[in-house]
Design a protein around this ligand. Structure first.
Ligand code: C2O
Ligand code: CU
Length: 531
């Protein structure tokens, strides 16, 4: 492979964009519904039901104690996403998608028995050329991962530990971590994008005393907001596009025009003129959200992926990459009787209808939420330089759109290279060689973002030399708490600092753009015992 000239490289990037557009456009677009033809804000925002335990079982650590036992069955469900559309087929848990919300308390472990009661045929197009989805492997297979959970390896939902209809697996969740919003979702090798798209996801809240002491809005005043963009056909059914090459159906990313909130299109929520707490999750395959309110009122962010920030951050616009969560406070106090819309850029997502009267608002929004100790860089025993992308041949403009984007040049099946030692601290420098922003997620751990710094991509591709072109910038204020997913932006080296606390064993790290994850942008890592 000869080294590309700057112009060739730019051309490759351009061709890439064109191909991506063609890739999306090659679906029969005429069958896909334009959601703007529907009347907005005619359906009430649904709230996923709360999961109920079906009993208790002996604790794995102390057989004299019992812990709650939940059973959630993955099933095909029918659901109305909009008043004026026929019902839509989803794959959900028990009778809903998103599935029931599990509510846990810190220090109180529980079991979930995940049951696969799905049909034997998939309703979305599987690409059998992807590693892990070869012909002969059952089409319908699932394994559930608790995103953001500090969970022993056997319960983490390793992508190869899938099970088929009739099968089940039991996960033990210690809940030995700070209060935050986690989510559970499918993680089956090479079809995660299809299984999550079909609806296999739900929320998992962890509560603790620190959070309780803050007296934040709760009960009806705490509202989950699960964002998923979908393409919907005129007959109401979900539509997942294919590439147009029958031997390779995979598309490099998915963007749908229909943005569902808790499974509804353009829902509304009646609210009182007071403070609300919104627990927002980006569960989309590829879409980033840029959230704002139509009247220009600020959003106040109090938490991110792994719990509360040190203090509330006031923002007009909140960026949320796939997999990320935002814990928001919105105060409707001064806009009695008005309607306003939660938007992402120009997209209307949902409407709030503020009533004239309210019970007194006794909740608080403290100016300081908790202390967050920064992990000092000197604590790191190892720094890893890990590239994102670079799987294509820059001499071949089409390869960028069809070749996998690799993590550190390695495929899923290559030997383990990231083997941190338990309880040690490492810095991971994510060197983005692509034109895209990749939300990078590590299982089991929480981390802090150190900084992002622009570098000379061309020099790196030419000679593997890392030359920075400007000073490093610290994380945004609303990213300065504990995270489990980080935006690695194009042209940047993004550095995170991680303490590998929890368990030894095999986990994964990956891009949370599900199309990338399914096509080799995922790697195993292994926490090894301290020695
Ligand atoms: Cu949200 Cu590895 O997943
Ligand atoms: Cu990616």
């Amino acid at each position: 492979m000869k080294t590309p000239t700057r112009r060739e490289f730019l051309y490759a990037g351009f061709a890439n964009t064109v191909l991506l557009k063609q890739g999306r456009g090659s679906s029969p677009l005429s069958i896909v519904l334009d959601p703007n033809q529907l009347t907005k804000f005619v359906d009430r925002l649904p709230i996923p039901p709360r999961a109920q335990s079906i009993g208790s079982r002996p604790s794995p650590h102390d057989s004299t104690k019992t812990i709650p036992y939940y059973r959630l069955a993955m099933r095909q469900v029918e659901s109305k996403i909009h008043r004026d559309l026929p019902t839509t087929r989803f794959w959900g848990f028990d009778s809903t998608s998103p599935g029931p919300t599990i509510e846990a308390r810190r220090g109180h472990p529980l079991y979930v028995e995940w049951v696969n009661d799905l049909p034997h045929r998939h309703f979305l197009p599987i690409d059998h050329s992807l590693h892990g989805a070869e012909r002969g492997i059952p089409d319908v297979r699932t394994v559930i991962h608790l995103h953001g959970g500090r969970v022993p390896p056997a319960s983490d939902g390793y992508p190869e530990h899938w099970f088929t209809p009739g099968g089940k697996s039991i996960s033990f969740y210690p809940n030995d971590q700070e209060a935050t919003l986690l989510w559970y979702h499918d993680h089956a090798m090479a079809i995660t994008r299809l299984n999550i798209f079909a609806g296999l996801l739900g929320l998992y809240l962890i509560r603790d005393d620190v959070e309780d002491a803050l007296n934040l809005p709760n009960g009806n005043y705490e509202v989950p907001v699960i964002l998923c963009d979908r393409a919907v056909r005129r007959d109401g059914q979900l539509h997942y596009p294919v590439s147009g090459d029958a031997s390779r159906l995979w598309v490099p990313e998915f963007f749908g025009e229909a943005i569902l909130v808790n499974g509804k299109l353009f829902p509304y929520l009646n609210v009182e003129p007071r403070k609300y707490r919104l627990r927002v999750l980006n569960a989309s395959n590829s879409r980033f959200y840029y959230l704002s309110l139509s009247n220009g009122m600020p959003l106040r962010q109090i938490g991110s992926d792994q719990g509360l920030l040190a203090a509330p951050v006031e923002l007009k616009n909140i960026t949320l990459a796939p997999g990320e969560r935002a814990d928001l406070i919105v105060d409707f106090k001064n806009i009695r009787g008005q309607n306003l819309v939660l938007k992402s850029d120009a997209y209307a997502i949902m409407q709030f209808r503020v009533s004239d009267t309210a019970d007194p608002d006794t909740s608080s929004l403290p100016a300081s939420l908790r202390s967050i100790d920064r992990i000092p860089e000197q604590k790191a025993v190892k720094t890893r330089l890990l590239t994102l992308g670079g799987g294509g041949d820059p001499d071949d403009p089409t390869s960028m759109a069809t070749m996998p984007m690799l993590l550190n040049g390695s495929h899923w099946d290559d030997p383990f290279t990231e083997t941190p030692m338990l309880d040690t601290v490492e810095i991971w420098s994510l060197v983005n060689l692509t034109d895209d922003s990749h939300p990078i997620h590590l299982h089991m751990v929480r981390f802090q973002i150190l900084d992002r710094r622009p570098f000379d991509l061309f020099a790196y591709l030419n000679s593997r030399e890392l030359n920075y072109t400007a000073a490093a910038s610290p994380p945004d204020e609303n990213e300065a708490g504990w995270k489990d997913t980080v935006r690695a932006d194009p042209g940047m080296v993004t550095r995170i600092i991680v303490r590998f606390e929890g368990f030894v064993g095999r986990y994964v790290w990956h891009c949370h753009v599900l199309e990338h994850e399914d096509n080799e942008m995922m790697r195993p890592y292994e926490v090894i015992p301290f020695s």
